[in-house]
Design a binder for this molecule. Structure first.
Ligand code: MV4
Length: 452
């Protein structure tokens, strides 16, 4: 097992990894940018090294700075968290060349899944159901027209190097296609330096359902159910729940087994998330994320597993510590992403937190970077806390969420916490009746946020 792990990240995910290291008897090394000196991850880690200025490019994204910190500290392995360098295959390869273990998948799997066209081709060949569309890159308008006529409108043009909704364009008919095709390619080129695009049938009101998988790189792989991440705003998830309110145990084991079998075939190593659009009771693969996700705690809650411990064990060469039959879904979990943003427009609101009080009690988990006197910085992601509730049923989880929110105190900055009180009292939410567009439609009505 590793003696020392460097965490190439900040915020709550750095805390999450440091906590796992502590429980495993592994020394943790935090890295930080100069303004992050007072942050919780630096305070909580055993050692810390400054890696550069506020700008992420020169600190948390700087491969030379992070490798230097790793060599100075003598760490055996690096955990990338999520974001920053977590899905950078070049980074994973350089670490391997330096005999530093990257706690994550093989670089080849990172790059295969990072390119959406090659991910879709691979998943389709592995028997995972995909959205109907082009076989690969669509390189001319004529080709775009042919494939669109075949799959029928509406269609969506997507960037192969895309993510976060960038480079996506919808065409409702043949006349809208030239503009959609050209602007998708232009945006793809300027945003990602790669103009490759592909075409899919546009699904109108799907849910976003993702399957958690885990492999040990030795040919064993399991699934840990699904998360419903349909509640989002501008491609940012707002609230996630596991299990999905619309998935039965038969459907769960069917799609889960398809995903786990695919991961066994490629000998996938580490945590992965296979994303689907779910529409008319059918799953359509869209993308795979080769990292631990923000919303992993809800899966940990309902399956009673420590995904970060498992990532570390597997990176050190051990086989999976659980088999599929050990993984029993228990109860229901909900995660709320509390951002330092002011409602109703979600404007970033950094600043000094005078008072912070986290909720507690049965079934509550608070993964937060806050402490009374902490100054939320304007340079990074606005996520300041994840409130995770776990209860025997969805109904009880929603009651528990309301109770937890009533205990929460964050004074000095504006946060999105109030939104979750509104959601937990909303009829559609309580009925599990929502899709990927539901929240944005609700937020476009000024009355929605004024009820409480
Ligand atoms: C789609 C889609 C409808 N049909 N693909 C948005 C980001 C990227 N990860 C995939 N996205 C979508 N792909 C087809 N064929 C609708 C979306 C989409 C979406 C997906 C998941 C969660 C929120 C979303 C919000 C708007 C659009």
């Amino acid at each position: 097992m590793f003696k020392k792990i460097l965490i190439a990240n900040r915020g709550e995910i750095a805390l999450r990894v440091i906590r796992a290291c502590k429980e495993m008897g592994i020394t943790s090394v935090a890295v930080y940018s100069t303004p992050d000196v007072d942050s919780m991850h630096v305070r909580m880690a055993d050692e810390s090294i400054c890696i550069g200025p506020a700008s992420s490019i020169e600190s948390y994204l700087s491969i030379p700075a992070i490798i230097s910190a790793c060599e100075i500290s003598g760490a055996d392995a690096i955990h990338p968290g999520y974001g920053f360098l977590a899905e950078n295959s070049k980074f994973a390869q350089i670490l391997s060349d330096h005999k530093i273990t990257f706690i994550g998948p093989d670089p080849s799997h990172i790059s295969q899944m990072g390119d959406k066209i090659s991910a879709k081709k691979a998943m389709s060949e592995l028997g995972v159901p995909c959205v109907p569309g082009s076989e690969g890159t669509v390189s001319s308008l004529e080709e775009a027209q042919n494939i669109s006529n075949l799959i029928k409108f509406p269609v969506i043009v997507k960037a192969s190097a895309g993510g976060g909704g960038r480079g996506m364009r919808i065409a409702n008919n043949l006349s809208e296609l030239p503009n959609a095709f050209n602007s998708s390619r232009l945006e793809a080129q300027s945003a990602f330096g790669n103009s490759d695009v592909y075409i899919e049938k546009y699904l109108g009101k799907p849910r976003h359902i993702e399957v958690q998988v885990f492999g040990d790189g030795l040919g064993n792989a399991v699934y840990l159910g699904e998360r419903d991440c349909s509640l989002q705003r501008r491609h940012q998830k707002v609230l996630e729940e596991s299990p999905s309110p619309v998935i039965t145990k038969e459907v769960r084991s069917q799609i889960g087994e398809v995903c786990a079998a695919a991961m066994r075939k490629i000998k996938y190593k580490g945590a992965g998330t296979i994303e689907f659009l779910y529409s008319n009771k059918e799953f359509f693969f869209i993308e795979m994320n080769t990292r631990l996700q923000v919303e992993h705690p809800i899966t940990e809650s309902v399956y009673n597993v420590d995904l970060v411990r498992e990532q570390i064990e597997i990176a050190s060469g051990k086989p999976l510590s659980f088999s599929q039959k050990d993984l029993i879904l228990q109860g229901h979990a909900i995660e709320c992403r509390i951002n330092a943003e002011s409602l109703p427009k979600f404007v970033s609101h950094p600043g000094l937190v005078n008072t912070f009080h986290a909720p507690g009690g049965l079934g509550i988990r608070m993964d937060s970077i806050l402490y009374s006197g902490y100054k939320v910085l304007p340079y990074y992601d606005s996520l300041v806390a994840k409130l995770i509730v776990h209860a025997p049923t969805r109904e009880l989880a929603i009651s528990r969420l309301k109770r937890a929110l009533s205990e929460l105190i964050i004074d000095g900055i504006e946060t999105t916490a109030e939104l979750f009180l509104i959601l937990s009292n909303n009829e559609d939410f309580n009925n599990g009746d929502y899709d990927i567009h539901w929240l944005e439609e609700k937020l476009s009505n000024p009355i929605f946020l004024k009820k409480y």
